[in-house]
Design a binder for this molecule. Sequence first.
Ligand SMILES: [Zn+2]
Length: 320
Amino acid sequence: MSLNRRLLLAAAATAPLLGLRAADAAAPFLNTNAPPFYRFKLGTFEITIVSDGTLDLPPASQVMTEAPKADLERLLTAARLPLDKWTGPQNCLVVNTGRQLVLIDTGMGDRSNAMGVNHGRLARNLVAAGIQPEQIDVVCITHAHIDHCWGLVDARDRLVYPNARVAIAQSDFDFWTQESLLSGPARDFVLYTRTNLLPVRDRLIPVRDGAEVVPGITAVSTAGHTVGHTSYLVTSEGRRLLNVGDVVHHPILLLRHPEWKVTAWDSDPTAGAATRARLLAGLASSGDQALFYHFPFPGIGTVARTGDAFAWLPSAIHEG
Ligand SMILES: [Zn+2]
């Protein structure tokens, strides 16, 4: 028996006395979250979905206050989701068209912990995905709510995307930057929305329904959640991906009951519900891929009809 083998056997014989087994690794806890980006080809375009992290949202029953509570809780329970909280992912979309680099929505930014401590990660996750913020040519904003536009300017008042023009509906820009709202209940939200939007007012691309923002990306008006809420349709070589934004917040409740009003968050809950029903019906009949901002990462999938309602079918795209 060699000296090395004798030493190994001696060590193995001692290990049980120390409570150790050779297979134990005692690896450190990593305390990291889901992968921050997901990449695939859409026609000739390269798509990267980049996470801004997650929001701690109020229970769904406090957001859809007119929905029958028993029905709402039965659906959540059947989906094995908690009744007392709602964790909302944030899926931002980057499109490299080969000529331009376009980001859709900017997350919460680094100025606020208004909805927990797990958001505001977009800028660093972009870098992890190999994308430098200064490379972005156009930022498309679906709407001027805090979790979509507060990432335009950092906590030191610097533009996070210094070379980008900013596409947004003029009506949303005008509404959410109104000085008069600073004396109302939405004061804090409007204060920082102004902090983010006013510095880019000289580089705006005001979007209209059906207008092309850049070749291959078209604005689709989906008003209701806000006055100028806009979805963006990405098309390359016949492949289509609709960046829905916040027309549909919940992957179970609002697919099963698109008519339930999002009373806590929609500017016009009735219009929001009508827009949602119309958009889901369109996606179900077209079969187009869709990206939902607050659905589980990476938030892409298709929509199917199920009787008198809809279901979201999560999908991964592996192509190219
Ligand atoms: Zn949102």
